[in-house]
Write a protein that binds this ligand. Sequence first.
Ligand code: UD1
Length: 452
Amino acid sequence: MSVLGADAPELDLEGHSFVVRGPSALRGTVGVSGAKNSVLKLMAATLLAEGRFRISNVPRITDVGLMAELLRAVGCEVAVNSPGAAGAADGFSSSATDTGGSLVIDVPAQIEPVAPRNIVDRFRASIVVLGPMLTRCGEAVVALPGGDDFGPRPIDMHLQGLARLGVESETVDGYVHARAQELRGATVRLDFPSVGATENLLMAAVRAAGTTVIDNAAREPEVVDLCEFLVKMGARIVGAGSSTLTIEGVEDIGRFGSADHCVVGDRIVAATYLTAVGIASGEITVSGVNPDHLAVFRGKLADMGMEITVDDRSISAAVSSRLRSAKFSTLPYPGVATDLKPLLVALLATADGVGSVTENLFAERFRYVDDLRAMGADIRIDSHHVVIEGSERLSAAEVKAHDIRAGAALVIAGLGAQGRTVVSNAHHVARGYDDLAAKLRSLGADVSLSRS
Ligand code: UD1
C-alpha cells in the first residue's frame, strides 16, 4: 500500500510539460475514474464521525493527495491503494467496473477543527471541511480557499446559509473563524445553486436539531453522490438531485458512522475525451461514466455532427469529418458545465463556421485564450461571450496551462494541430486528470511528458 500526500512523487508533475505531436486520430476505449469534484467532498464528509471509511474508484490526482494532507493535519489516517492494488489492504476490494484506486480513511474520536493555510491555499474544495468541522466540533478555523486561476470565488452564500443554522463567523487575516453553540435546522434559500454552499450546508445540517430545507440547491451528480454517502453514514436526506433538499437532523451520534462508497464517474473528464475526438477525429468509447450526466452536452455534440451512442456506463463517439460549429452556454447542472468552457473553445476553434461559448457562472476564465490564439485560433471576447471562427487546422506552439481544464484544452488542441505542441505547467492538469498523457496514448495519440 502506498500513502498519498506530499509523499506521492509519481503524481507530482511540477516542472513538466506535455509534448503533443499532431495531428492524429483517436481510436479505442478509455476509462474514466471517479470525479474529482465528488471524491474531495466525500473525503471531507468523513470528518463527520469517528470510524473507518473506504472509498473506491478514486482518481490518481494531486488534489486527492492535498485533501489527504488536510485530513491528516486534522488528525485522521489516510491510505491510498493505487489502481490494480485494490483489495490489497484491509480486505477491501472495489467493484469490477472501478478504474481508479481506493482510499481508507480512519477518523479518530477527536479531531482538530483547523484547516491551515499552507494546505487550503492550494485547492478550492478545501472549503467544504467547514460544514463537517462545525457539526463535529461546534467550531472551525478554515483558511480562505485557493484553487483555480479564474477570478474571485466568494463564500458569502456558504456563510449566510450557515448563519441560518446558527453559525456565527468572522474572517480574520484570511481565516474564517466559525462557531455554533448548537446547530439548528432551518430553511435556507440560496440565491444561486452553488455547489460548494449546498455541500457545506448539507454537512452542517445532517446532525442539526430539527429539519433543514435547502431551496435552490445544486443538482450536480457530485452533490447527489455526497448525499448518497451521507445517507450511508446515517444521514436522512430527501430530494437529492432536485432543487429542494430536506435534511432531517440525526442528533444521536451513535447512529452516525463508517461507510463504504464508490465515487461517481467523472463527467468532466469523460467530456474531455469526447471533445478530444471532436478535434482529432476517429472513433472512441469512454467508459466509467453515466451517459445521463452528459445528456445536454452529448446533444450539442450530436448537433455538431458527432455520431454518439450510449450504454449503461459508456459513451461511444465517431467523427469522420469536420464538425459544424455551435453555440454553447455554461449553466448549473443539467446544463453544460462551466468547467468545460476552455475545452469547448478549443473544439470550436477547429469546427466549421462561427460558434460561441457564453459563460454564466464565473467572471474570468480567459487566460487560455491567448494560448489558443498562439496556435492559430481565431477568438474574440465580448463581455462573457467568446466568439470563435473555426479554422481547418491549428498550428503547434509552446503554450502554458493556467488551470486544470485550460491545460487539458491546450493538450487536446495540440491533437488537432500540425507539429509539436508543448504545454508547460503540466502540474495544473494533474490536479484533475488521472494520467491524461497515458490515456491519450492508449487512444493512439502521440502525447508524452517531459521535464520543462
Ligand atoms: C464547484 C466545482 C467547480 C465548478 C463549479 C460550478 C468543486 C471543487 N468545484 O465549484 O469545478 O466549476 O462547482 O459547477 O466542486 N458563488 C458566490 N458565493 C458563494 C459561492 C459561490 O457568489 O458563496 C458564485 C461563484 O462565484 C460562481 C457561482 O456562484 O459564480 C458558482 O459557484 P459554485 O457552484 O459555488 O462553485 P464551487 O462549488 O466553487
